[in-house]
Design a protein around this ligand. Structure first.
Ligand SMILES: NC(=O)C1=CN([C@@H]2O[C@H](COP(=O)(O)OP(=O)(O)OC[C@H]3O[C@@H](n4cnc5c(N)ncnc54)[C@H](O)[C@@H]3O)[C@@H](O)[C@H]2O)[C@@H](O)CC1
Ligand SMILES: [K+]
Length: 475
């Protein structure tokens, strides 16, 4: 699991380390790492032109010191000082000593335009609000690849929100630890690299799952398993109007697990014909035993949907309530009375469904929003978006950061619900199960798309390919 810490925690850890480190050593270590990445981006650095955008804080200091190290590699370095009186004094002196050029904002456009690489040292973790106008005015001249110092300026460090002009970096080099911006604003950060400073940080505020975490929790059969031992997934989805939701959700469960999948609902004939391995019945009351229920996709928000939801909530097994089930819960909170309080519930809202559940949309701080919703409903909340946030009622939170936007296609959420249900059926912790499902879902989307738009059927068909890329510890 990759740990991510808030800027407040990182600043506190930095203070402790700074107190026992020689003056300037941490910044030079950070800046040296930065200069190595800059050199890599330049290819053969000697004789190339780098322009530094330098704010008045330590982020600008990092950029200036990186400029110093790049001068040692014979790079032509120009620093644009946003506030010449407040530029980091030691960094500025070092760059000048090494033969770097220093220009004010008024003279900067030509130096930004003809750079081979721009290094963004405008603001780092102490950024407040949108970029100030003089800083923002520099952005329009950028033509070269951009290397962001710690984080792309203009993006909120703790929420990843972008409210105004912001740097879009090709690469970000961060220091000490990853910050929320790196997980929540991947398109602005580009590829993120970490320079270790030896900060003493534990108990991350946020985590990101890695392939081995997903492999470790995903239910795959061992020699003594059969169709029942990995858990039976129940899917209550689809209607006469939306039978496709049932096919997608149940199909995802089929691909996700070698355990049994049961379907209950009005699309039984279609589901059976599409997935002969599924035991399909017309109603949840005669579906047979399951170890989890997925309920909601395409069931409608009327009386029948409400009955189905109440039945599965009372079944005493983990439930993933998706799509129409989310709306039903928002509209009829008493439907949750049927739930055993110790039975895990996973809610999977997108922003509009979230607004129905919570009274307003998630806003800029999606992690805080998901946490609040999880506490309120005593449920794991998987807040869908470009980056999906998964929060547990106890405050644990994770982010799934995709490498593209291929999942934004109709029916994609139905596929995700089936994946969650399959992992829940195996008895995996519901927070982990939901995060692992989101991971596999986005990986399947990426593989299905392979650089071109795809469909939910395509995502479904790529689930096995996605699972195959995980390195199983057992088989
Ligand atoms: N503290 C440490 O031990 C280390 C800190 N490092 C660097 O230090 C950075 C943090 O430095 P600081 O705390 O000095 O602050 P920053 O450099 O992040 O930003 C603060 C400065 O930016 C200005 N500013 C704030 N919001 C702005 C906006 N919206 N538009 C324009 N200007 C704005 C402020 O007036 C202030 O001068 C980190 O991001 C990292 O790059 C690294 O050198 C590693 C070591
Ligand atoms: K920056």
């Amino acid at each position: 699991m990759q740990g991510i810490w808030t800027t407040e925690r990182i600043r506190a850890a930095e203070r402790k380390l700074l107190a026992v480190t020689p003056d300037g050593a941490l910044m030079r270590k950070a800046a040296f790492g930065l200069s190595v990445h800059a050199a890599k981006m330049l290819g053969a650095p000697s004789g190339r032109r780098v322009t530094l955008l330098v704010g008045s804080g330590d982020n600008g200091g990092d950029a200036l010191w990186a400029g110093f190290f790049l001068r040692k590699r014979n790079v032509a370095v120009t620093a644009v000082l946003l506030n010449p009186d407040k530029a980091h004094p030691q960094g500025l002196a070092a760059l000048k000593r090494a033969g770097g050029r220093v220009v004010p904002v008024a003279d900067s456009p030509q130096w930004i335009r003809k750079a081979d690489l721009v290094i963004d040292g405008i603001v780092g973790i102490s950024a407040r609000g949108s970029l100030r106008p003089d800083a923002a005015s520099l952005l329009e001249h950028i033509k070269a690849p951009v290397l962001a110092v710690d984080l792309p300026s203009g993006v909120d460090p703790d929420t990843g929100a972008i409210d105004g002009p912001a740097i879009t970096a090709d690469r970000t080099v961060t220091f000490g630890a990853r910050k929320p911006v790196h997980a929540l604003a991947p398109a602005a950060c580009g590829e993120v690299f970490l320079v270790d400073l030896g900060l003493d940080l534990e108990d991350p505020d946020l985590v990101r799952l890695e392939a081995e975490d997903v492999a470790a929790c995903w239910p795959i059969p061992g020699p003594s398993d059969d169709k029942y031992t990995l858990g039976v997934t129940g899917v209550a989805a689809g209607s006469a109007v939306y039978p496709g939701a049932a096919v997608l959700s149940a199909g995802a469960a089929v691909y996700a697990t070698s355990g049994m999948v049961r379907y209950a609902g009005p699309a039984a004939d279609l589901v059976r014909s599409r997935w002969p391995e599924i035991i399909a019945t017309g109603s949840v009351t005669d579906a047979g035993r399951v170890q989890s229920w997925v309920v909601g996709p395409g069931i409608g928000t009327g009386h029948e949907g409400r009955e189905v939801l109440a039945t599965v909530l009372g079944a005493g097994v983990p439930v993933c309530a998706d799509a129409d089930a989310t709306t039903l819960i928002a509209q009829h909170s008493d439907v949750l009375d049927a739930r055993d309080p110790d039975t895990p519930l996973v809610l999977t809202p997108h922003d509009r469904e979230f607004a129905r559940l919570m009274g307003s949309e998630p806003g800029k701080d999606r992690v805080a929003a998901a946490r609040a919703c999880a506490r309120r409903y005593d449920a794991v909340v998987l807040l869908k978006g470009h980056c999906t946030v998964v929060a547990a009622p106890d405050g644990r939170a994770m982010v799934n950061t995709p490498r593209g936007s291929w999942l934004a296609t109709p029916g994609s959420g139905d596929v995700l619900s089936g994946l969650i249900g399959a992992v829940l059926a195996a008895g995996v912790d519901p927070w982990l199960a939901s995060g692992a499902a989101a991971y596999v879902h986005s990986l399947a989307g990426e593989l299905a798309a392979a650089g071109a738009p795809t469909s939910s059927s395509g995502i479904l068909g790529a689930i096995s390919d996605a699972l195959r890329t995980l390195h199983w510890r057992k088989s």
